[in-house]
Design a protein around this ligand. Sequence first.
Ligand code: AMP
Ligand code: MG
Length: 319
Amino acid sequence: MISSTHISIAAQYIRDGRLVAFPTETVYGLGANALNPHAVMKIFELKERPSFDPLIVHVATVEDVKKLTITQDERLDILAEKFWPGPLTIILPKSEIVPNIVTSGLQTVGIRIPNHPVALDLIRQSGCPIAAPSANKFGKISPTRAKHVFKQLPGVDYLLDGGKTQVGIESTIISLNDKGFEILRHGIITQEEIEQIIPYHAFEQNKSNNIVSPGMLKSHYSPNKPMYLLESDLPSTIDRSKAGLLSFSGEETSGYKVVEILSQDKNLRTCAVNLFAAIHRLEEANIDYILAETVPEKGIGIAIMDRLRKATYKYQPIK
Ligand code: AMP
Ligand code: MG
């Protein structure tokens, strides 16, 4: 367990311009002082993340959000009231104190207040906003346990082990336009939930998966061994006895060498919590490839299928 001493030491690391991996409710983040461009540069280096892929900034209060942004948009307060602290990132026009390296040169910044006591305490004790992408190598599986961070980023300066994360997939990202909000990345906060308080309006060119957000690539979250969706055109050589199955609810598991069941009662929230840890275990298992069942693509299922499509993209036999 993390003691307050660990958090104080980690906060000193952040103030010193070093990197700290820490738990949030979504996944583990790789954090640096967002106002220190040299510290932020180290995130890109350690993750091997391309510089065109902007970082999300984590703060503890709505007042801090306002310092880092220039907006009079009342929808910010409405969203903050309902969803923060929580797994919602909002893209807003940035103020000049946010270094360009954080936003990859964009005039907007992605920002959120995480709902995790360790993350909030770390931000408060550091005394600065913390830029933090997920604590994994670029394009690889996101970490939902401290050991996942250590597996991919052993070079991190300090790692706060807060156990298993409670949401399991990355935050929902939205941007605001004149007519409403649009979703840049799906998460456990769904379009329907946000629509209860502000209207949804996607720009024509952004509809049907054509979302404009740097860093949103077709391939992401990939394990180090081939992974395919069971519903796709599988290579003819596939042998189930050498495969691991990522099963939605455990209904049809016979013939596989290893099986990971996401949620026996078909609860999509549970699936999200278990998703990345199951893929990490399959990556480490003695199997040749991973086959993944699909989940119903509605509500939280949209976010889960987004992760599964991206995880399997680079292994697709036919593109
Ligand atoms: P992560 O690596 O999980 O922290 O995700 C960060 C993602 O947020 C990036 O890959 C971008 O797609 C998105 N993002 C961050 N900042 C912005 C921004 N200013 N405008 C649009 N998308 C952003
Ligand atoms: Mg990430």
